[in-house]
Design a protein around this ligand. Structure first.
Ligand SMILES: CC1(C)CN=C(N2CCN(c3ncnc4sc(C(F)(F)C(F)(F)F)cc34)CC2)S1
Length: 492
């Protein structure tokens, strides 16, 4: 049973990042499970102090010699912890739930306790992910609600209730073998929340949102990693708190060194981004961290995560390593083609839209203008780059195939033709698009659809009800693209 122990209290007052790291280190090293509520309140308190109401530019603040890192007093954290514990224990009568393992009813009850305390205000602002926000402002974002349910479960001694994460949604797993699932928060805008329902219903749609059965299942330590990853150093749209970013980076390295990021690609991606902003001496470069995230996704999640490739692609794009960036985006598309697009997949749709309609056009514009840089110019004469752009689009076409919601529209075609036409015609003639072998995509898509095939519907037949878009696999690229462009124009 988690509680605020004397050994925890000894760390307070926290006066600098080192004392915060020491508290997290002791909590993670055990012997007991880390206390999620204690750590979330503490981290949220620091984030609040470092990012909220910091109207004065840092330079002036420094001139005022005002200490920036907040002192976190034991009384503050203890009072908020007691408030959370009183709310949770006061609302859930455990004698009503007899079994050793948690039931769906208990999970729903805990979710209701968090849910009913929320104010009805704006939910997708920043800094709404911690229990500090919940306890001082009754506000949580959708991740924060899921995290709050798990922190409350820990206080109740429900050690079988854990956080499950996809790339854009969070839910919980529970029960004897930890395979029961339940929605505990909402997702996106304008979607009715499905709290209490099991996820199985949604995974049937093979949507990216539910990862098609490959979510990150957290332990208490990975739940600490999620809390740290969800910390938000931004002060406003243009400024980040250096101190909060540095603290987040130090905590992620602590978790990394303890092996708690070894099944959490997005946290590794976050760490890679932080290392790009401010490299830690003696630590691996960002690219190596992004590569580690990709390897984890391949090893543990059957290569069903998109973000490891877009983390690396974004980094390479910023470093003007355009050829390698485009290869990453082709790999990202190779992941998304395994899914069917559903209306709750907007976040990843926006990701691919930005790559196709902004980043790749910017690259072909930049290299065709910048004729001095031979290396960059060569991109438009490089059949591999051209083939990777075709692979990128082919994955999106396949993503759309058999989906209930269309992905592509004529705007995509305009950017597609703009980008491809910038390539030298001889280069376009050089590539050999794989004919319709039994490529892994068929097996991937089919393996996802085996239940469809079991009830007699092949992917194609299933595709009848969905949107049909030409896939490039078995056509000459130019002919295939003209099919895609014509189809899209017809829809206009
Ligand atoms: C390459 C990118 C566009 C840069 N940032 C990306 N992020 C930022 C960090 N991020 C995350 N980073 C760590 N953990 C999680 S758990 C999670 C989520 F499940 F969706 C939740 F909980 F619903 F918000 C999201 C997320 C989501 C993806 S992807």
């Amino acid at each position: 049973m988690a509680g605020f122990r004397d050994r925890d209290k000894r760390h307070f007052p926290l006066t600098d990042s080192g004392s915060v790291v020491a508290l997290f280190r002791e909590q993670i090293e055990g012997p007991n499970d880390p206390n999620l509520a204690l750590l979330s309140i503490t981290l949220g308190c620091i984030e609040n102090a470092l990012t909220m109401n910091r109207a004065i530019p840092a330079a002036e603040e420094a001139a005022l010699l005002r200490p920036i890192f907040p002192v976190v007093d034991l009384e503050t954290v203890e009072a908020l912890y007691a408030k959370f514990e009183t709310l949770v224990r006061g609302s859930v009568d455990l004698t009503e739930y007899k079994s050793t393992f948690s039931s769906r009813e208990l999970v729903k009850k805990i979710s209701d306790v968090v849910w009913s305390s929320l104010s009805r205000s704006f939910k997708d602002k920043a800094h709404l992910q911690s229990l500090y926000s919940f306890l001082t402002g009754n506000k949580l974002d959708c991740f924060g609600v899921a995290f709050g349910v798990v922190a409350a479960a820990q206080i109740l001694g429900c050690d079988d209730i854990h956080l499950a994460l996809s790339e854009d949604h969070a839910w919980v797993v529970f029960g004897e073998d930890g395979t029961d699932t339940a929605e505990v928060t909402w997702h996106g805008k304008g979607n009715e929340d499905k709290r209490g329902q099991s996820i199985a219903l949604s995974v049937a749609e093979k949507s990216w949102l539910y990862f098609n059965g490959q979510p990150v299942i957290c332990t208490r330590a990975t739940e600490v990693a999620a809390m740290v990853s969800a910390a938000n150093p931004s002060i406003n749209l243009t400024m980040d708190s250096i101190e909060m970013g540095a603290l987040q980076q130090e905590l992620l390295w602590l978790l990394h060194d303890k092996g708690h990021l070894s099944r959490y690609p997005m946290a590794l991606g976050n760490l890679g981004d932080l290392e790009e902003i401010s490299p830690t001496p003696g630590r691996p470069p960002p690219l190596q961290i992004f590569q580690e995230a990709i390897s984890v996704a391949i090893k543990h999640y059957n290569n069903h995560h998109v973000y490891p490739y877009t983390y690396m692609g974004g980094y390479l794009y910023r470093k003007r390593r355009y050829k390698e960036a485009i290869k990453c985006w082709a790999e990202a598309s190779n992941v998304i083609r395994k899914f069917n697009y559903t209306r709750e997949d907007e976040e990843i749709y926006k990701e691919f839209l930005e790559i196709a309609n902004e980043l790749i056009p910017n690259i072909v514009k930049a290299v065709s203008l910048n004729t001095t840089d031979r290396v960059q110019m060569n991109i438009l004469y490089n059949p591999e780059v051209y083939a990777d752009i075709l692979r990128f689009y082919d994955g999106i076409c396949e993503w759309e195939e058999g989906s209930s919601t269309p992905v592509l529209h004529v705007g995509w075609a305009q950017h597609l033709t703009f980008s491809l036409n910038k390539f030298d015609p001889r280069t376009r003639a050089k590539i050999d698009v794989a004919k319709d072998e039994d490529s892994d995509s068929d097996s991937d898509k089919e393996s996802n659809d085996e239940n469809d095939n079991q009830n007699g519907k092949s992917q194609k037949e299933k595709g009848e009800s969905g949107v049909k878009t030409g896939s490039l696999k078995n056509k000459d690229p130019k002919e295939a693209l003209s099919v895609v462009v014509e189809d899209l124009k017809k829809e206009e």
